[in-house]
Design a protein around this ligand. Structure first.
Ligand code: SAH
Ligand code: SF4
Ligand code: F3S
Length: 479
């Protein structure tokens, strides 16, 4: 095999990715060129998506672009002409899963030598990942990152016809690309990006490097997208951003912020509005008031706290204390009575002591979270925390996670029990995982509800009287 010419590729660089320009981010409209329109005819694709809702939304655009090029969805990997892995870099175990899958896909090249395997998403933004792919994963034909999805038609063309490997990852974010086609995964629930990137630089987190500078979509584009969704019969939208509360802060000529956007979207006829994720230090009164006064914004809030120790929060660069977090939380609960709040917590951050951990448990007690995603700290190369002294035993970290989960699970149960005997509105998602006769959906407070009913109700909002509350779900009867 000839020596790979590493220079011709456009590889990522985490140091570059850390930089933040003051340039105004331009808007660009995606358009498929004539040359790319029929490339995919009689060919099929498959996309595997890992990570957050941001990635799920990106996969809908990747699918949209491929279908516009003529590709159709494959029924199996074995019959696919293009397989795209849209990956997540948030923790080491997320990456290990992908490496395993990438290795497994190699076998399909034996039966279909023309198969194109692509690596996309946040892992593609990491230098060490791209180096490893270049050296050890010769069967991967295409690597592109989170900033250049719109260039996929060119990449596919090159990979298919010139049989060259295409490696193109930009470390600096580019334009905000509008008009991307989408193949949405749901018929009545939709993701709507309101902003991209993150400027928070929490010291443990890779996202500001993989997603670039914070940049907001224009209010007009967002409203237009939601209006179209309403016309297509969508019932629920989830506004997406790594820190939705920072929406609009990058607008140079207006003071329009997240609270304003919520208020304006509430005027449209979409039945349910959700959003994720929020940063506690950017959560303002305007947002809370928009929720309180709204008809369609759901009484649910995911407000990641990460730790209850002020020492650890400082080392994490979170810009708040345990006390100020609880203050904002209480304000939120007072403004929107009955709101359900969930969180994210990391244990085993470098230098976290038993006393720090006890502060976290105490905060969980005081905050009365109704759910939490809990993680053991994972070292991400290129982030500041990767260099922090980390002398806590893995065993201790695991023990902390078990103890914490015990508490947060109690919160889940308590949060569910408050709906016993009440009637809740459920958007019916589909049949239950375990039982075909049972329907499943989410209540306004984002509680999973199971009940007997006819499949024709899928996609409708129905009323269910709750009779049983378990830790992970509610049971009830259709009214
Ligand atoms: N922007 C969002 C979500 C970021 S990723 C937010 O700030 O809430 C989702 C969660 O993954 C984070 O809230 C954090 O709890 C966790 N996480 C991020 N980096 C991590 C790391 N290096 N190790 C362990 N957990 C991490
Ligand atoms: Fe990561 Fe912090 Fe940004 Fe969330 S706010 S994406 S945790 S850097
Ligand atoms: Fe993962 Fe990237 Fe989302 S790292 S959590 S896919 S922003």
């Amino acid at each position: 095999m000839s020596k790979v010419d590493l220079e011709k590729y456009f590889k990522p660089n985490l140091k570059e990715a850390r930089k933040r320009s003051t340039d105004r981010i331009e808007e660009l409209k995606f358009q498929l060129s004539d040359a790319h329109q029929k490339i995919g005819v009689n060919k099929t694709y498959m996309i595997h998506t890992y990570g957050c809702q941001g990635n799920e939304a990106d996969s809908e655009s990747i699918a949209g672009i491929l279908e516009l090029m003529g590709f159709t969805k494959a029924v199996s990997e074995a019959t696919s002409d293009v397989i795209i892995m849209n990956t997540c870099a948030i923790r080491e175990n997320a990456e290990n899963r992908v490496w395993g899958e990438l290795g497994r896909l190699k076998a399909y090249k034996k039966t279909n030598p023309d198969l194109i395997i692509g690596l996309a998403g946040c892992m593609a933004q990491e230098e060490n990942v791209v180096e490893r792919v270049l050296k050890k994963y010769q069967h991967i034909d295409l690597v592109f990152g989170t900033h250049n999805i719109y260039k996929l038609p060119e990449y596919i063309e090159t990979a298919l016809f010139s049989k060259e490997r295409v490696i193109e990852v930009y470390s600096q974010e580019g334009e905000i690309v509008e008009n991307l086609p989408k193949v949405r995964n749901h018929k009545f629930k939709a993701w709507v990006n309101i902003m991209f990137g993150c400027d928070e630089f929490c010291t443990y987190c890779i996202v500001p490097y993989t997603r670039g500078k914070e940049r907001s979509r224009s209010k007009e584009e967002i409203i237009l997208e939601v209006q179209e969704l309403v016309e297509q019969g969508y019932k629920e939208i989830t506004l997406l951003g790594q820190n939705v509360n920072a929406y609009g802060k990058d607008f140079k000529d207006s003071n329009y912020t997240f609270g304003d956007l919520l208020h304006d979207l509430d005027q449209l006829d979409i039945k349910r509005i959700r959003f994720t994720t929020s940063h506690p230090h950017d959560l303002d009164q305007k947002t809370m008031r928009a929720m309180k006064d709204s008809k369609h914004i759901m009484p649910f809030f995911h407000l990641p706290v990460q730790s209850g120790s002020n020492e650890v929060l400082k080392k994490m660069n979170r810009h708040y204390t345990k006390e100020s977090y609880l203050k904002v939380l209480n304000e939120l609960k007072e403004t929107v009575p009955g709101i359900a709040v969930t969180t994210d917590i990391i244990v085993g951050f470098p230098g976290e002591t038993d006393a720090d951990f006890l502060e976290t448990l105490d905060l969980v007690e005081k905050a009365q979270f109704e759910g939490a995603f809990t993680f053991v700290f994972s070292k991400r190369e290129g982030t500041p925390a990767a260099k922090f002294v980390d002398d806590t035993k893995e065993e201790t970290k695991k023990e902390r996670l078990y103890l914490l989960n015990d508490r947060t699970n109690a919160g889940y149960l308590k949060g569910n029990q408050r709906f016993l005997g009440q009637t809740v509105k459920v958007l019916v998602d589909g049949v239950s995982k375990n039982n075909d006769d049972v329907l499943a959906g989410y209540s306004e407070h984002n509680k999973l509800v199971n009940f007997k009913g006819d499949k024709s109700l899928i996609g409708q909002i129905v009323e269910v009287k709750i009779s049983v509350a378990k830790t992970w779900f509610l049971l009830g009867d259709l009214l």
